[in-house]
Structures are given as C-alpha cells and as structure tokens.
Design a protein around this ligand. Structure first.
Ligand SMILES: *Cc1c(COP(=O)(O)O)cnc(C)c1O
Length: 848
C-alpha cells in the first residue's frame, strides 16, 4: 500500500501552499522536534509573538497568521536563509547515524512498536493526562535522540483530558476544549490517491471505522487513531472523545481500538515490528491481534502463534496498587471479543478469559489487562527498583507457589527527557560544561564536567531562574484570577506576590489521596509560621488536577485554596490552575525544592522530581519510587523511614511533623546560610551533587538505552528464532507446554533421604516424572535464606534413568551442612534453554 504523508497535507485546503517557502515552514512546524530543540522558536515568534507565547503550536500558528504576513516574512532573504539552514539541520539530524546505529550496526532490530494510551509530547498536542503519558512522550523523544527505531501508537482524543478552572468558591471546574485536528501538529494518513487511510474493525453490532494520523517526533513517528469518522454508528464516534472518561464499556472499546486497531494500522502501513512495547496494560489486546496476524501468515494455531510472538512483547506495568489494574467483567469481554476469539483466534471464550485471569480463577472473576499482558509477553518490568518489588507481590497470583523473589518481573527505573525539561539557561550552562551533543549518546562522563562549574556560576544561574520564575508566576496567576471572576484590581495585586530572593518550595502533581497533597497542611499554624518567618521566609507554589470523578481529590484542592486565600498567607503561597506540560516546565525550572509526599510504596516511580535535577532544583521526597534508589544525604532530603505504613493517619501525622522539622532545621537554614559573596555554600554543594550524579542517571537517555539493550534486542532475537521456519520452534514450545500441563499433575517425589558425611549433607531423591524426561525439568534443593546468607538453590543431578520412563528417576546432590536439615526442601519445575520460566510455564512442585 502506498501511503501519502506529504507534510503540508491538511484537513483544510485553504493553506497558502502556493506561497513560496510555506511548505518549508510547514515541514518545520509538523516536526515536534521544535518542542524540545528550541532552534525554531524565533521563527514562530517572528510570525506572531502573542500566539506563539499562548499556544506553542507552530502548526496552529501557521494556519492563523494571515497569508500576507507569511508572504512578507518569507520574502525576506535572511529569513529564507534561516529556514533553509534549519531544514538542512533537521534532515541531517534525521539521517546521520546515532547511538543505536553506531553501537549496533546491522542490528536485526528494525522496529519497536510502542503502544500507550497517552503521549505527552507538547502542549500543542493535548492527548495526555500525566505521568504515564510523560513516560511515553519522553521515551519517544529519547528514542529519536538515540536513533532507536521506535514507532509510537496511540489515540487521538477529540477532547483529551479535562482542563482545570478554579472558580470563585475554590472548586475545581472541569472543561473540555475541542482538539481541532486541523490545528494540531499532525497529518492525516492518506493513500497515494488522496483517499484517507481508514481501518474497519469488525466488532459485534456495528463495525468501527478508524482514521489514522501521523505525528513526526524528530526521527521517530507516532501514529494515532481516532473513531470520529462519519461512517460510524454515531455513539462510536465518541470512543476516542475523552481520555480516562466514560464507562467501563467505553474504556474497553478504546482499548480495542488501541490494541487491535493499532496493530492493524501498522500492518496496513507495511510495518512489521519485531518488538511490541506495551506501556501499561491498556494496549494488551495488541497481543491477540499480533498472534492472529501470525496465524494468518503461517497457518499455525493460536498456541503456536502466541509462543512465537509473545517473546517479542515487552510489558511495563506502572501501578503500585491492585486497584490500578484495568479490568473488565467477563460478560463485557465475551460480548466484545467472544466471536473474535472463536472465529479469528480459534480458541474458546473460556480460553480467552483464562488469558486475563489468574490460574485458579473463579467463574465470576474479571478480565485483568495486566494479566493478559503478562500471559502474552516475554519480559515484564516495573518502573523503579521498589516498584519492581511491589509488582512481584501484586502479580504473584499468576505464579502460584513460586517464591516472591522469583516472580519474573524486573524493573527499568523511569527517567525524563532532559532536553525537554531544561530551561534555556540550564541548556546554556550544561552546553558550556558538557557540550551540545551531551544527550545523544552515553552520558557516563557528564557527571565530571558539570562538577567543574564554580559555586558562583551555579548560584548565579539559580538566582536568575528565581527571578524569571516569579515573573511567570505573577503573570499566570493574574490571568487565572481574571478567569475565575476576580476583580481586575485584585488580579493586578498578583503582580506583587512572591519574592525572587525567598526560598521557593514546589508541589505539583495529581491530587490523589495517596499522594498526600495536603500533608503540609496537617498543622496549618506551623506551616504559617514557616512561611511568614520574617528572617527566613518561605514561599510555596502548588498545582495539580484531581480526576473529575475523584471528590476526595477535589476536596484537597479546595482545602489549599481556602488556606491560601487567607490574607496572612496570600503573599507566600500560590495555587496555579490547570497543571499541564507548559506549567510543569516553568515550575521545574524555577523552584528551589521539589516536594513529594506519597504514601510509600504507592508512587510507582514519579518523574516530576527528576525534572528539577537538570535545573538545579533539589528534591525533598518520601523514600518512594525513584527517590528510594536515588537518595543519599548529600544530594537531597528524605522523608519517612523507608518502610510501608499503609494509610495510617497516625503515621501521616508523624511524617507531617517530620516534614516541618526537616524544613525548619535543615532546608531553610542551609538556603539562607550565605558566605560573604552571598552564596549559600552548602546548598550549592548539594545542588551540584544532585545535578552531577542524578541528572544523567534519571534521564530517558539511560532508560531507552536500558530498554534497548536489556529488552528490545533480546526480544527481537528471540522473536526471530521462534518465528523462523514458519514458527517451528514456537510449535515445539507450544507442544512442550501442552505435554507439561498433561504430565505435571502426576509428577511427585517418592521419598528423599539424607546422609550427613562430615560437614556435608548428601541428598538423594526418587522423582517420578510421569512421562517427562530429565531434560524437561530441574530438580533443586532449596533452603530459605537465614540471617545474612542467601537462598540456597542447588541443582540435583539425575544419576539413574529408569528403563521405564514412568518409574522413579534418582537424583543426588551434596551441600555444605551449614543449616539444620529441617531448612531444606526439594522442588521440581520445568526447564528449557528456550523458554522463560516461570513466565511462560509456571508449574512447580514442592516436596514438603
Ligand atoms: C511530570 C508530570 C507529571 C508526572 O509527575 P509525577 O511525578 O508522576 O507526579 C504529571 N503531569 C505533568 C503535567 C507533568 O509534567
């Protein structure tokens, strides 16, 4: 199929494409590279400074600026020269070999399809809510920087996530501006003859028609699907209306569109990814469609197709609570996918449901998308070391009787796309110290270079940032006050709030109760004393949205608004409404300290605190998520004792007091303790260490390299092996799985004997393999770790194979007699070099 993606394609034909130079501007405007590489900013400013400041959307701007203006500007030879140079730069950047091409020349990894429900790339493309979209967007950008061949797949929402207004009473109002696709920096995917590329999903009742769009993100592309097609049964046009809105059924339909529609779109474009990365379980239906396509190509049954394709799927889980998993009733799944399962996949609805359930499921159990993702992936990970551990506990039901530490879930700690989150001044500072190319390859040496920046330069950089920030806050607040009905006079007073010389604490995140956005309000009088201390005052900036259905979260917002509206507080605390990417950029560049107060371990990773690193902000956070592994006493401050306390109000009270103490006794004095040049020496030292050690480590540059080397490359290789020869190896694996299921019930150990010889134990065991061969299993001695020692897992050797495979095999092993005999047990589980255990085969037998 030949697909036309001319960059100047638009929904509307009235673009001044005949104006000489317009198409070049369009090419620049449609590449989201401008959103982190600010080289083109002055172009858009020149066309319309007000609109640029307001929207940061060059494509929308190009369509709003008059034809005369464009004609006039492009007629200027200097301007033309600048455009040509930028285009040249952009094309060169797209073609020159990057880190991936240099490190893995001729790699068999050609395409990673990255599925996500949301992508946070730019405010010009509001199809995100928060953290999850942030991770997805930043990973696409870093893939572009590093040349990793990633293609994003997502949904184009007509409204996206809600925008927040705070009304006169301090209530959050949710509003839904329309995402006019013609104004977004995206282009429709069309066939060569101009016809729109449309996909038809045959689902029960009515088919769903999908339209497809392309977003250029530097070297990488993001494809988006939407259902707002006039051929659809009218309610179906709304499937892609809202992000995280609507009923369970609506969500299920979105996920069908994303997973099944997304995979079909790639297929329609002739793209055959070796690796499919599921960013959260929302897109897990892609597993089914990928297997279906394999069946169609090879004629193999579903079990073989799943064995072939699952090793090419990588699943990242993002939630730290059971309730965070997406689930649907069995009835909904049967209704929407029953026929797809039986006619397309050739499996029963019971088999389909089993893919989304734990092994000992009840008939009424829901279908869990994370379970489907695990049943259909070759690698699974959480998003921080602590979250990996929590996920092993949450997902242990899928691996019954396996020790928690062997539940096959690892972690890749999140990072942020540093070039997207550094301020222009931070970019200058780092460029001087570490060079322009610093985020395009490995980053291991950056640490040393940034350490060489002097105290004075660092502090000067921070004070500049504070001045800019205070200006921004005043401006933003006065606009917000006008919008919420405040009198122009009161709104004008906002121009005098805050002071650039005062210590600024920032707190911005989703207002969900586990994040404890009101922890600082625990003792309002004590907070007031901290804020208004005449010698060492503090100012506090807060932002965040609560989901429109989350009344508790909205009550927390109101609590802050009411606190802030008191005359004695007003000067020192500000709530900025409508927390979005643009606001976040200003916050992370401007604050001195970033606060984070979740209840451990429910912040899976958190990323906002990482955004302040490059800008010289310092973290004060609960020891949760990324901070649990990043923290050391010389780079920031830690809250909590590193243990879990659930949502115990007594513990919250203790932590609130600890937070005030920390601020009062450490943070505030360190900030105001100056040398004779006015530099806070200890503060600057801390800031330098935080910048040097944490910025590279918690950048998506490191994350994408880790995913590439530890997940994508092995997944691509495993997929190649299993799928070649029409899925021969996959077929063998599927047969083996079947044999194991058949034989496992009858496997048992018929007696184990132990002899002590000196300081050794000699174990022997008669194992009845019930038709399996010794090569199919591993027989192990197992002893739990006791104080300080590690768990013993020692393989036993098969020393006698009976003539009749149904009789006992004799296994032996010798271990040091370091523990009492009662500590030892024996276990048997399947073994194969080609199969990941227990991810793909979870049988295990324990001799107790
Ligand atoms: C970074 C960011 C987030 C995610 O931050 P958390 O640390 O996970 O709370 C959410 N929303 C916006 C607008 C962001 O910029």
């Amino acid at each position: 199929m030949s697909i036309n993606t001319r960059s100047s394609d638009s929904l509307y034909s009235a673009l001044p494409t005949e104006v000489d130079g317009f198409n070049d501007l369009a090419e620049l405007a449609l590449d989201l590279r401008w959103s982190w590489n600010h080289a083109t900013d002055d172009i858009w400013k020149q066309l319309n400074p007000e609109l640029w400041a307001l929207t940061h959307n060059p494509w929308g701007l190009l369509q709003t600026v008059s034809r005369d203006k464009i004609q006039k500007v492009t007629a200027d030879p200097a301007f033309r020269k600048r455009i040509d140079a930028l285009l040249q730069q952009k094309r060169q950047a797209a073609e020159s070999p990057a880190w991936f091409q240099q490190s893995y020349p001729g790699s068999a990894l050609n395409t990673v399809a990255y599925f996500s429900m949301e992508f946070m790339l730019s405010d010009a493309l509001p199809i995100y809510s928060g953290g999850l979209g942030n991770v997805a967007g930043d990973q696409l950008k870093a893939a572009s920087d590093l040349g990793v061949p990633v293609i994003g797949v997502g949904l184009l929402y007509q409204q996206g996530y809600f925008r927040q207004l705070i009304d006169m009473e301090g209530n959050q109002q949710a509003v839904y501006p329309y995402n006019d696709p013609g104004q977004l920096p995206i282009s429709p995917l069309r066939h060569a003859n101009g016809e729109w590329l449309r996909l038809k999903l045959n689902l029960p009742g009515h088919p769903i028609w999908l339209r497809a769009w392309k977003v250029q993100v530097g070297r990488t592309k993001l494809y988006l699907l939407d259902s707002n097609d006039t051929a659809n049964y009218p309610p179906f046009r709304a499937i892609t209306s809202e992000l995280y809105g609507g009923s369970a059924e609506m969500r299920l339909m979105q996920e069908l569109v994303l997973g099944i529609g997304g995979w079909r779109l790639l297929s329609a474009l002739g793209i055959e990814p070796e690796v499919c990365h599921l960013n959260e379980g929302h897109a897990a239906f892609a597993i089914l469609e990928r297997a279906r396509e394999f069946m169609e190509k090879t004629g193999q049954p579903f079990a073989t197709a799943l064995a072939a394709t699952r090793v090419g799927n990588v699943f990242t889980t993002h939630t730290a609570v059971e309730a965070g998993f997406d689930r649907f009733s069995a009835d909904l799944i049967k209704h929407w996918l029953g026929e797809y399962a039986t006619t397309e996949l050739g499996i029963s609805t019971a088999e389909l449901l089993a893919l989304g359930r734990q092994p000992q499921a009840e008939l009424a159990d829901d279908f869990n998308m994370a379970y489907l993702a695990i049943h259909g992936s070759g690698a699974v990970n959480g998003v921080s070391a602590l979250h990996g551990k929590v996920s092993r506990q949450l997902l242990a039901p899928l691996f019954p009787r396996w020790p928690i530490d062997e539940v096959p879930i690892g972690h890749v700690t999140n990072g942020v796309h540093t070039p997207s989150w550094d301020s222009a001044a931070a970019d200058d500072l780092w460029t001087k110290a570490c060079g322009k190319e610093r985020w395009l390859g490995t980053t291991e040496t950056l640490c040393k270079s940034i350490r060489d920046v002097s105290d004075e330069d660092l502090w000067h950089f921070r004070t500049d940032a504070s001045h800019k920030f205070v200006e921004y806050v005043r401006e933003h607040l006065s606009q917000q006050l006008v919008a919420s009905g405040t009198s122009p006079r009161t709104a004008a007073e906002a121009q005098h709030l805050f002071d650039p010389n005062v210590l600024t604490l920032g707190f911005a995140r989703r207002f969900a109760t586990y994040k404890r956005p009101n922890l600082l309000l625990h003792n309002p009088a004590r907070l007031q004393r901290l804020l208004t201390n005449p010698e060492r005052p503090v100012q506090l900036i807060i932002a965040g949205k609560a989901h429109p259905a989350d009344e508790d979260g909205q009550a927390l917002i109101k609590q802050w608004i009411e606190y802030i509206r008191q005359p004695q507080i007003r000067q020192h605390a500000i709530f900025l409404s409508d927390y979005d990417m643009f606001l976040a950029e200003h916050l992370v560049a401007g604050v001195d300290v970033w606060l984070n107060t979740p209840q451990r371990p429910w912040e899976a990773s958190g990323t906002s605190g990482m955004k302040v690193l490059v800008n010289g902000g310092i973290n004060l956070s609960e020891l949760d998520g990324w901070w649990a592994e990043a923290y050391s006493p010389d780079i920031g401050w830690a809250l909590g004792d590193g243990k879990e306390h659930g949502n115990d109000p007594a513990w919250d009270a203790i932590e609130a007091e600890a937070l005030y103490d920390l601020l009062e006794q450490q943070v505030i004095p360190e900030f105001y303790d100056r040398d004779d040049k006015g530099t806070p020496v200890a503060w600057t030292r801390r800031m330098r260490e935080s910048m040097a050690r944490l910025t590279p480590q918690f950048s998506t540059n490191r994350v994408v390299r880790e995913y590439t080397e530890q997940r994508y490359l092995p997944a691509a290789e495993a997929f190649r092996l299993r799928s070649q020869d029409n899925g021969k190896l996959a077929g063998q694996i599927a047969d083996w799985q079947q044999t194991l299921s058949h034989c496992w019930q009858g496997l048992f150990v018929d007696g184990m004997t132990v002899k002590q010889e000196g300081d050794q134990y000699l174990f022997s065991a008669n194992v009845l393999l019930n038709g399996l061969a010794p090569k199919d299993v591993k027989v192990e001695l197992y002893a739990n770790a006791v104080d300080g020692s590690s768990t013993l897992r020692q393989s036993m050797d098969c020393v006698h194979i009976p003539d009749d495979p149904m009789r006992a095999h004799l296994y032996r092993s010798v271990v040091p007699a370091s523990q009492p005999l009662t500590e030892y047990t024996l276990r048997v589980f399947p073994f194969s070099d080609d199969v990941s255990i227990p991810l793909e085969v979870n049988h295990i037998y324990w001799e107790h």
